[in-house]
Ligand binder design. Sequence first.
Ligand code: NDP
Length: 308
Amino acid sequence: MNSREGMSPFLVTGRTKVCGIFGHPVEHSLSPPMHNAAFAALGLDYIYVPFPVSPVGLPQAIAAVRALGLAGVNVTVPHKEAVLPLLDELSKAAALNGAVNTIVNRSGRLYGDNTDGSGFLRSLAEDAGFLPAGKTALVLGAGGAARGVAVQLALAGVKSLILANRTERRANELAASLSERTGVETAVAPWPDSGNTWTAGDGSGDKTLDEAVRNSDLIVQATSLGLDGGAALPPLNYALLGPEKVVCDLVYTPPDTPFLKQARKYGARTVSGLGMLLYQGVLAFELWTGKAAPVEVMREVLYKFKNI
Ligand code: NDP
C-alpha cells in the first residue's frame, strides 16, 4: 500500500497513485478537495486531479487511464452514460442505471461502478437510520438522479416503488424498465396539473399522489425543483406527512432546501442530498484504496465549501 508516512501531504513522487475526475466542466467539483483531504488524513500516497474532458475527448481520456496507469477516476456530466461501452466490466448497479460515476483500474481492466445510488442508501442509513427493505418509497422525478436512487432502492429490496414525474411518459418508462429488470413492484402516480404554484395544505391535491404519499415510508425529491434556492416546491399534499416518514431532497444547493423545511414543518424526518454527495465519494474512495474512508474529514471539507 502506498504510504506517505513522514512526508509532506503535497509531495508527489514516482510512487504516487493518481485518481481524478473527468467532466465538462469540472471546475465546480468538490471531489478534488474532498478526496485529497481524505488521502492526506490516512497518509496514503494518492493524489486526485480534476481533468476537463470534452465529449469528443472521452475515448482518448479513458484510453489514458490504462496508458498512464491511473488508479481510478470519477466521471461526471456529460460522460456518465457515454463511458459505458469504453469499459471492460460493469457492476450490477451501473448496468441497471446505464450510468457510471466511478472507474477502478484493475491492472489495465477498467471496472465501472455507480456509487450515487449506493451513496444515497448509505446516507439514509447513517443520517436517518432508514433501511429500505420491505418499505414503500415514492420517488419524484425520472431523470438520471431518480433512476440512480430507484435502481438502488429496488436492489435493496423495497416492497414497492412509486414514481411521479412532470412528464408522465418518462416515469412510465422507468417503472417498466425497473420492474422488468429487477422484479420490483412499481406504480406511477400522476403529477398534479396545478404546477409549482400549488400551496401546501390547501386544496385537495391529487388523489393518487395523495395516496402515494400516505402509503410511503420514504419520499425522495429527485427533480431539479428548488435548485439554487428556487422557491418552487413539488406539488405534494404536505399535510399528509408526519414523523413516521423520511423525506430526502437530492438537491443540495442549499443543503437545507425549501422542500426539506416544508416537510419538517409537517413533522417528517428529513435527510439532505449533501449526504448522498458525501457517501458517493466515500464509496469511490473505498473502491480505489481498499481502506475505510475518513468520513468526518470528507464531510468537513464539503461543509467548508458549502459554508455550513
Ligand atoms: P435530469 O435533468 O436528468 O432530470 C431532471 C428532473 O427534474 C426530471 O424528472 C424533470 O422532469 C424534473 N423537473 C425539472 N424541472 C421541473 C419542474 N419545473 N417541475 C417539475 N419537475 C421538473 O437531472 P438529474 O436527475 O441528473 O438531477 C436532478 C437533481 O438531482 C439535480 O437538481 C441535482 O442537483 C440533484 N442531484 C443530486 C445528487 C446528490 O449527490 N445529492 C446527485 C445527482 C443529482 P421532466 O422529465 O418532466 O423534464
